[in-house]
Design a binder for this molecule. Sequence first.
Ligand SMILES: [Cu+2]
Length: 334
Amino acid sequence: MNTPVRIGAYALGLAVVFGGALGAGRAVGPAAAPPAETAHPAHAAPTGSPDAGHGGHGDTGAEQGDGAASVPPGLQISQDGYTLVPETTVFTPGEETELRFTVTGPDGRPVTAYQTQHEKKLHFIVVSRDLGEFRHLHPEEAGNGVWSVRLTLPEAGAYRAFADFAPEGGHPLTLGADLRAGGDYKPSGPLEPRRTAKVDGYTVDLAGDLVPGRSSRVTLKVSKDGKPVTDLQPYLGAYGHLVALRDGDLAYLHVHPDGEPGDGRTPSGPEVTFYAEAPSRGTYRLFLDFKHGGEVRTADFTVRAGDVPAPSEAPTGTPEPPESGAEHADDHSH
Ligand SMILES: [Cu+2]
């Protein structure tokens, strides 16, 4: 642990950016309902998703589409023989700490060969369990399968770290591990839907709905000082990187950008489009990293999925429930 480790300026820069730019996205109040879980299986995993390769893996013993195969990513610290092993899980709030970790493979040894996804071998997301804080980091390889990243947990409380990667020869996985920061913990109120984010003079508006159990299109429009931003810069192989998490258990959604820089059809703003798979009804937090003027910033949103039934899911013969309250009004406001 005393060995000096080279710290990438990139990861440090991100930590500084996020540390300064992020605020809590929570309103205090009793209004929001808890996320509603449904038994509806998350079917139709698209090609390239972590579930897509399970057909050839005898270890799960589960068919695509049943409950076992549709467990969303990020909920497990170990899956398909791969395990996330952090060396440190307890932090002091506000104190930058080196976090070293490994991913061990089916043979029990640290994985050293990874596929590159979105320009990186491993994406490391850290959120507070109340989803008010978000960090998107890129740890450095410290040798022998050890990853190292400087991390500051800003306040006391429980956090979750996600390692998003694909081992060489394997399929993509997202493993999650809990981290803790000691001290007085102040629980925040329930999440309120919010489709407009403001960060450093930028305004980002979210359009589109998350639909339980399927992939759906969401578009984020970036403007600054009231004018659309049309010269977004590529970041991680796209004009933005979106992470979506379910409130209540921090399930990590499959999200795919629509198009990429230089493909001749994807504009560099003001709109960035993604396809996201919400596994169920409930409340979700979306975090968009976008790059402009050489700096990466994060815009955060809160949306509810499933308040308005999708056409094929609407129970036949049942009348529409009456419009009641702000949640419905909000759904139609964009
Ligand atoms: Cu990343």
